[in-house]
Design a protein around this ligand. Structure first.
Ligand SMILES: NC(=O)c1ccc[n+]([C@@H]2O[C@H](COP(=O)([O-])OP(=O)(O)OC[C@H]3O[C@@H](n4cnc5c(N)ncnc54)[C@H](OP(=O)(O)O)[C@@H]3O)[C@@H](O)[C@H]2O)c1
Length: 398
């Protein structure tokens, strides 16, 4: 496939929002590091079963309609509790952002990291070569492209007896050059099946565990992306994310009697990834609307910046992989290193000043975190509700 000129367009933050939010910019210096990357670019090619799940000490109440605007800060008493070592699950911690985040957290000595990975050996080698100390992490098998594996992971994690303080849904697949869809074990198109449905089941099943935790600030973080946001330049590079009326998702994304695409259209691997990221960001907000008030759990998403060197682009054509990092580094200046992106995500996991729920975090040119604005579709409460309801049927929760 030829490298398209459009695929190298710089992306940009919603500038109006950036201006509006300048007042709320925070000094995001983390672990003594001051970041200096731009956040304006991403790669650019392209009545609920809650009660059953929630047998924990606090009741988690399901609501069928949106009740709160995302973005509420719970402060005070949380800070007063004694801080023990935190326990965080990070999916896809065998490379890229997930590995860098695992390393950043483990290095503090304040976090025990459960690396939830599909390839045990790869994860073990990655942790070793990152210099992570064995006492700060463990690896548990999780294949998000299999709902059985997700359920098995949850069972195994519970058997470990560890508390769950923070869950980071980070893993993703991106198939920009695929001509035909591929599918998960249950027959869902792979990108949406892995990035959204696998994480949806995982986070729904682990919500009671998070709710049981006595850690001062419990968080559920789902990694988003600028590419799913059509209020940015990057989000406007074709093919654009668009969930449409979600007829494909409702049909099971199986490519047989329904389309493999959420909107019911023809398969496009790059679009499937972007659509999956919209689902991630909408799911975070729906969690916030349904559970924040009753649980105090912080629900957040983020765009970590353009980490042009990660394995996410492994299926892209070689020329793209060669030119993309220098293009982002020198032309758009949107490049962020894996290490710095990991520190950003680690901030969202652990920084006491980032406890606001319902927020999509980004970082400005001075690498200060700020609450970014999602596109109309990625913040549509009706779509979020519909995705939630369809998804819980698909993963067997309803
Ligand atoms: N790179 C960027 O510029 C960028 C920008 C915005 C957002 N993001 C987001 O950042 C997150 C991490 O991406 P990355 O750039 O760090 O890419 P990456 O290095 O390819 O990491 C993706 C991780 O997901 C894992 N994974 C894939 N399929 C899985 C499955 N079925 N079950 C369990 N794990 C699976 C991979 O495991 P294996 O090691 O076994 O393949 C890998 O560890 C993604 O959510 C992505 O959307 C990235």
């Amino acid at each position: 496939m030829a490298l398209q000129a459009t695929s190298l367009l710089p992306s940009a933050l919603s500038t109006s929002k950036e201006a509006k939010l300048s007042a709320s910019l925070k000094d995001s210096s983390f672990f003594g590091v001051s970041f200096s990357d731009y956040v304006k670019a991403d790669f650019a090619s392209s009545s609920l079963k809650c009660k059953k799940e929630c047998n924990s000490k606090r009741a988690i109440r399901a609501q069928t309609i949106a009740v709160a605007t995302p973005g509420v800060t719970r402060s005070v008493s949380e800070q007063k509790k004694t801080l023990r070592e935190g326990s965080v699950i990070i999916t896809g911690a065998s490379s890229g952002l997930g590995l860098a985040t695992a390393k950043a957290l483990a290095e503090t000595g304040k976090w025990y990291v459960i690396m939830a990975c599909r390839d045990f050996l790869k994860a073990e080698r990655a942790a070793k070569s990152a210099g992570m100390s064995k006492e700060n992490y463990t690896i548990m098998h999780l294949d998000l492209a299999s709902l059985d594996s997700v359920r098995q992971f949850v069972d195994n994690f519970r058997r470990s007896g560890r508390p769950l303080d923070v869950l980071v849904c980070n893993a993703a697949v991106y198939q920009p050059t695929a001509r035909q869809p591929s599918f998960t074990a249950e027959g869902f198109e792979l990108s949406v099946g892995t990035n959204h449905l696998g994480h949806f089941l995982l986070s729904r099943l682990l919500l009671p565990d998070l709710n049981k935790s006595d850690y001062p600030s419990r968080r559920l973080i789902i990694v988003g992306s600028i590419t799913g946001n059509t209020n940015t330049l990057a989000g406007n590079v074709p093919p654009k994310a668009n969930l449409g009326d979600m007829r494909g998702l409702a049909g099971g994304l199986n490519g047989l009697n329904s389309s493999a695409m959420i909107d019911g259209g023809d398969f496009d691997g790059a679009k499937a990834y972007k659509d999956s990221k919209v689902c991630n960001m909408l799911t975070m907000q729906e969690f916030h609307r349904r559970y924040y008030e009753d649980t105090g759990i912080t629900f957040a998403s983020l765009y970590p910046g353009c980490i042009a060197t990660t394995g996410l682009f492994r299926e892209h054509i070689p020329l793209f992989r060669l030119l993309f990092p220098p293009f982002q580094r020198f032309i758009t200046k949107g490049f962020v290193s894996e290490e710095d992106a990991g520190k950003r995500l680690a901030q969202v996991v652990s920084d006491p000043s980032l406890t606001k729920s319902g927020v999509y975090w980004s970082w400005n040119k001075a690498s200060a975190s700020f609450e970014n604005q999602l596109s109309q579709e990625a913040s549509d409460p009706e779509k979020a509700r519909k995705i939630w309801e369809i998804s819980e049927k698909l993963v067997g929760l309803a």
